[in-house]
Design a binder for this molecule. Sequence first.
Ligand SMILES: Nc1nc2c(ncn2[C@@H]2O[C@H](COP(=O)(O)OP(=O)(O)OP(=O)(O)O)[C@@H](O)[C@H]2O)c(=O)[nH]1
Ligand SMILES: [Mg+2]
Length: 149
Amino acid sequence: MSKKIVFVGPVGAGKSTLIANLRKSENHVLKTQTITYMGEFVDIPGEYIEIRKFNYAVINEILSAKAVVIVQDATSSKMAVPPGFCSTFEGKKIFGVVNKIDIKGANPLKGKKLLLESGVKMENIIFVSAITGEGMKKLEETINKILKE
Ligand SMILES: Nc1nc2c(ncn2[C@@H]2O[C@H](COP(=O)(O)OP(=O)(O)OP(=O)(O)O)[C@@H](O)[C@H]2O)c(=O)[nH]1
Ligand SMILES: [Mg+2]
């Protein structure tokens, strides 16, 4: 059974920073250049979801994953993934993370709304800051629970 947790979202949403936080990594986070596997975590460059012709690579990773984390930037009004994206993956565990809630002017509720529109279930949405660590305990617990299942 796969143990992969796949992180999906646009360029700059904070996927790599979230993974670094979860892995307690002190390494400086660089722009992700290609699909990167780190332990259970799969980090996909934002371009793969933003550029339609690369979407197949994201879908491929999701199909063989244990769970998916869609990362929505709370400072952006752009959806992290296309509307209804989650309905493509019936039965797959999909979580939504509203990231960057520490930033002044961030709109976490807007982030939640966009995730709901993409098909993430209300109870699977977590509000975090990958930088200050707010909400990260809940995300970590959620992921640990999935990995034990
Ligand atoms: N203030 C703040 N900045 C964040 C947060 N999460 C990420 N960032 C910053 O946002 C920028 C982009 O973060 P990345 O983790 O590289 O984003 P990414 O989603 O991996 O982007 P790609 O690799 O291009 O797909 C970096 O400068 C991070 O420091 C957060 O919660 N709060
Ligand atoms: Mg990255």
